[in-house]
Design a protein around this ligand. Structure first.
Ligand SMILES: Nc1nc2c(ncn2[C@@H]2O[C@H](COP(=O)(O)OP(=O)(O)OP(=O)(O)O)[C@@H](O)[C@H]2O)c(=O)[nH]1
Length: 302
């Protein structure tokens, strides 16, 4: 074996893209485990989630970033800032676009944020299963004209097409380095955050038309009880009384069904029986309240 083959490569890769292009789906396909929430609804990924990919002689730590867009509120600003901070720490960027979306102002905005950064950017053109090969080729040409991408890889997280190719490419740009995390660790996201994301996903899938983006979930307590059960209490923040009524539903039906589904998923994840206690709290304009942003992990505690 030559020296080159035995060297270990490792580093950090940020996954970027407009909302709904399939970042979470790709992450899950690459890592083979549900670590970040997937929903047909845009803007569901709020926290910076780290996934760890292990290959032969290589390890890649992914930072799954929230959908990037021009900030409209303090929450939006905090999300964008945390994304930009993450970009200064990575070894490379994977910019994900859906081939069936027209190349638009949103993509150009993200690329304008990337242009001053020194790290290579790979363009991953996702959802190739949705259009013909000829159309995919046209897209590749179109994108190659607007940014000096290090590589362009068409892929589908649904069918698995070119996922190996993507990882080969990512590894190629990783510097020599240590194994940062043990093999069996897929994410370093604390269980509390995963719980929040699951509860939020279950509520959003039931209420997305009525309360889009108005829900924030915070895990107040996560403790193991003597009887072996895990007690979890979450507060669900909404902005108005009317939204609280929607979240709770007739005779508590919405909250109950969402809670039951979330509980089952959390149980599977942590492998212990769970008691999930959900409380809904109306906090006007919670998206602009600094203290709640801090609680939700978007700003440092002072
Ligand atoms: N046909 C097809 N659909 C896909 C593919 N990847 C993702 N999707 C679908 O696209 C939608 C959005 O996927 P997500 O993974 O939630 O997107 P995201 O970029 O993480 O979204 P945000 O969290 O809002 O930033 C879901 O309905 C997925 O099932 C793909 O390769 N092919």
């Amino acid at each position: 074996m030559t020296d080159k083959e035995t060297k270990f490569h490792s580093g950090f890769a940020a996954l970027l893209g407009r909302p709904n292009v399939g970042k979470s789906t790709l992450m899950n396909a690459l890592l083979g485990e549900k670590i970040s929430i997937v929903s047909a609804h845009a803007q569901t990924t709020r926290n910076k989630i780290t996934g760890v990919w292990n290959g032969d002689n290589a390890q890649v730590v992914f930072l799954d970033t929230p959908g990037m867009h021009k900030p409209q509120s303090k929450l939006g600003e905090a999300i964008r800032q945390s994304t930009m901070d993450a970009l200064d720490e990575v070894d490379m960027i994977v910019f994900l676009c859906a081939v069936n979306d027209p190349l638009g102002a949103g993509d150009r905005y993200i690329l304008s944020l990337l242009k001053d950064r020194k790290v290579p950017v790979i363009l991953a053109l996702s959802k190739t299963d949705l259009i013909s090969k000829e159309e995919v080729l046209k897209k590749i040409v179109q994108y190659s004209k607007i940014y000096p991408f290090a590589e362009i890889i068409p892929l589908s997280a649904k069918t698995g097409e070119n996922l190996d190719e993507l990882m080969k490419c990512v590894v190629k740009y990783m510097p020599e380095g240590p194994k940062y995390f043990p093999d069996d660790m897929v994410t370093d996201q604390p269980e509390r955050n995963i719980v929040q994301e699951i509860v939020r996903e279950k509520l959003l899938t039931r209420t997305r038309d009525e309360v889009p983006h108005a829900i924030g979930v915070y895990t107040e307590e996560f403790s193991e009880r003597e009887n072996g059960k895990v007690y979890i209490r979450c507060t669900i923040y909404v902005e108005r009384d009317s939204q609280k009524r929607i979240i709770i539903g007739k005779k508590g039906s919405v909250l109950k069904a969402a809670g039951q589904e979330a509980r089952e998923e959390i149980q599977n994840l942590i492998g212990a029986p769970v008691f999930l206690d959900l409380w809904v709290k109306v906090t006007k304009d919670w998206k602009n309240k600094d203290y709640i942003l801090r609680e939700l992990g978007y700003k440092e505690h002072k």
